[in-house]
Design a protein around this ligand. Sequence first.
Ligand SMILES: Nc1ncnc2c1ncn2[C@@H]1O[C@H](COP(=O)(O)OP(=O)(O)OP(=O)(O)O)[C@@H](O)[C@H]1O
Ligand SMILES: [Mg+2]
Length: 251
Amino acid sequence: MPVDRKSLFKRVPSGIPGFDDLIEGGFPENTTVLVAGGTGTGKTTFAAQFIYRGAELYDDPGVFVTLEERAKDIRREVKSFGWDFKKYEDEGKIVIIDGVSSSVGLPSEEKFALEDKFNVDNFLRYVYRVVKSINAKRLVIDSIPSLAFRLAEERQIREVLLKLNTILLEMGVTTVLTTEAPAPQEGRISRYGIEEYIARGVVLLDLQERNIELKRYLLIRKMRETKHSMRKYPFEITSDGIVVYPSGEIY
Ligand SMILES: Nc1ncnc2c1ncn2[C@@H]1O[C@H](COP(=O)(O)OP(=O)(O)OP(=O)(O)O)[C@@H](O)[C@H]1O
Ligand SMILES: [Mg+2]
């Protein structure tokens, strides 16, 4: 009898229409997935959708660590997709950790915020505490480069990512990390060239010119424990968020 692969690993649906069909129903539970892409390719939207739909459709508590944009800017931006983060924050199902205000020396108006004196161990400890406090099943860190900029030396990022990886496995969360993708000719997938090694899945978001128009594409570069194709799939950012077209032709 053929093995029903879906039953082998518990799946965590991304909440992105069309995408889960490409990865046997969702991310393998308790894995770290890297979403890499250039600027404006949809990394933050992907990550926010994972958290929001997780709470809305699957009742999964989630933590969103924002290191690039203030929490209030994220809340405002995702409203354009009809996502009311505040509602789930009030219910204790979503927490946004503001990692921006402190980095520019402003007091945060947020309930959950990083301290001004950034220190890796404190950062990891704080995220761990918040994840445990709401029993989060999903976690986002947006983004790795902005985390690296907060370190005394950028090359410490390697050590931080290895530590982070162990802690994530320990916490039992399914995590989306976002990172910048260098130009393809550089031959690396991610900015530091280490992110993809700690991640068990890598999703690349891309913009390509077709008939004087930029089109969005997504490639599942790796997803352990999962049968997936290596083709690029078109996707769109719509008023409901990201939608992937699994049978869509490259247009
Ligand atoms: N309501 C919306 N409807 C359709 N498209 C939108 C909407 N809001 C944003 N977008 C598109 O999404 C893009 C931004 O996506 P997002 O912020 O997720 O990208 P990113 O990869 O995180 O970018 P950055 O490098 O700036 O962090 C915008 O440039 C715009 O094209
Ligand atoms: Mg972003």
